[in-house]
Design a protein around this ligand. Structure first.
Ligand SMILES: Nc1nc2c(c(=O)[nH]1)N=C([C@H](O)[C@@H](O)CO)CN2
Length: 120
């Protein structure tokens, strides 16, 4: 299976478990790998047959900037679920980074895989 990817998609979000976090925006960053057979798009040279990384990126920005969660786990789960359904993606790997969360760390976050990868 082929992969369509998005790296370093940054969105400012209201997210966190502490009261002060509800009053500010914090930068989140997303790296996504999404299973997709690219041959129909390649054979037709038609975006209709491609997994449109711009449309996926726009959807992520819209969802993250219009919702509020305490845990990044909740956001990751909801977002991966809606991407799988809305874009008919069979499998994805999502790295969700909250780089400002721990002062002593360069980065913290989650790496999740959802769906069925299919043929490898
Ligand atoms: N596994 C998680 N651990 C923590 C989270 C989280 O969302 N998932 N969140 C926090 C705080 O909101 C933190 O980001 C503030 O510094 C702590 N641990």
């Amino acid at each position: 299976m082929d992969i369509v990817f998005i790296e370093g998609l940054c969105v400012d979000a209201t997210i966190g478990v502490f009261d002060w976090e509800r009053k500010i925006k914090q930068r989140l960053s997303f790296d996504l790998e999404m299973a997709w057979d690219i041959r129909p798009a390649a054979n037709t040279d038609d975006l209709q047959h491609a997994l449109d990384y711009k449309a996926v990126s726009d959807r992520i920005v819209e969802h993250v900037s219009t919702t509020q969660y305490e845990l990044i786990e909740s956001l990751a789960e909801e977002l991966s679920d809606l991407l799988l359904k809305e874009f008919k993606i069979s499998w994805l790997r999502m790295k969700l980074s909250k780089p400002g969360a721990v002062r002593a760390a360069k980065n913290v976050g989650l790496l999740i895989e959802r769906g069925q990868r299919g043929d490898r």
